[in-house]
Write a protein that binds this ligand. Structure first.
Ligand code: DGP
Ligand code: NA
Ligand code: NA
Length: 224
């Protein structure tokens, strides 16, 4: 007797600079997946609801200080503490949308000013990547691309620690660098112009997701 086989869910990461509209687009995409018969759920990172997330939140809102290395490891730990639940959700056939993931983890730390230290540099890309090794890899990465000018015009810009022009410019360059490494990462990057209306962006995101899912199915035929 064979057990009926549930195809696994897909892991879809949404990345971008601050104020690119990630959370809005995640909500819309979540609804669209579910109404299209693809059961899906949302996981936001950092997940500020856990004990580690509470520490991260007080760091981001600048009510506490932590050295660059410690906060980096806490951001990573915040993803690790969700790993089992991510994997079991995927196995049960539910697709997961990630509002930020390891790519933010890498670039936001690597963008920080480096202290003059002996190699190995503790803020190098290589160092930044290390603690996330072993976390589930996304099938699809959507990058919402917004200009610095547009980001600054959006409500709330500047509220949190990293929302400063110089930092965001470094983050932008580092994201470009990571995307350039594309073939090292199994997941395909879909770069979407996030300067349009909410509806226009949502349409482009949807097209990217459908095409991404099609490619994954072509690859292993497993995903829902
Ligand atoms: P958000 O809640 O999506 O606005 O993210 C809060 C801020 O934290 C945002 O500026 C991006 C940054 N961030 C997200 N994930 C990480 C991470 O893993 N490491 C670091 N250093 N920063 C992160
Ligand atoms: Na933010
Ligand atoms: Na957000």
């Amino acid at each position: 007797m064979t057990t009926p086989h549930t195809p696994r869910g897909a892991l879809i990461a949404i990345e971008g600079l601050d104020r690119a509209g990630k959370s809005t687009q995640c909500d819309l995409l979540l609804k669209r997946l579910n109404s299209s018969g693809i059961p899906a759920t949302l996981q936001k990172f950092p997940d500020r609801t856990t004990a580690i997330g509470t520490t991260i939140n007080s760091y981001l809102t600048s009510t506490s200080h932590l050295d660059d290395q410690s906060i980096h490891l806490l951001f990573s730990a915040n993803r690790w503490e969700r790993r089992d639940s991510l994997l079991s959700t995927l196995t049960s056939g539910t697709t997961i949308l990630l509002d930020r993931y390891i790519y933010s983890g890498i670039v936001f730390t690597a963008a920080k000013p480096k202290s003059p230290v002996q190699p190995p540099n503790p803020l190098s890309i290589q160092w930044c990547k290390a603690p996330d090794i072993g976390l589930p890899r996304p099938d699809i990465i959507i990058f919402l691309n917004i200009t610095q000018e547009d980001a600054e015009k959006r409500a709330g810009f500047g509220d949190e620690r990293y929302e400063k022009k110089e930092m965001q410019e470094k983050v932008r360059r580092l994201f470009e660098e990571l995307r350039g490494e594309g073939s090292n990462d199994k997941g395909d990057w879909w770069v979407i112009d996030a300067g349009g209306t909410v509806e226009e962006v949502a349409e482009e995101v949807w097209k990217g997701v459908l095409e991404g899912l099609r490619r994954v199915k072509e690859g292993n035929g497993e995903v829902r």
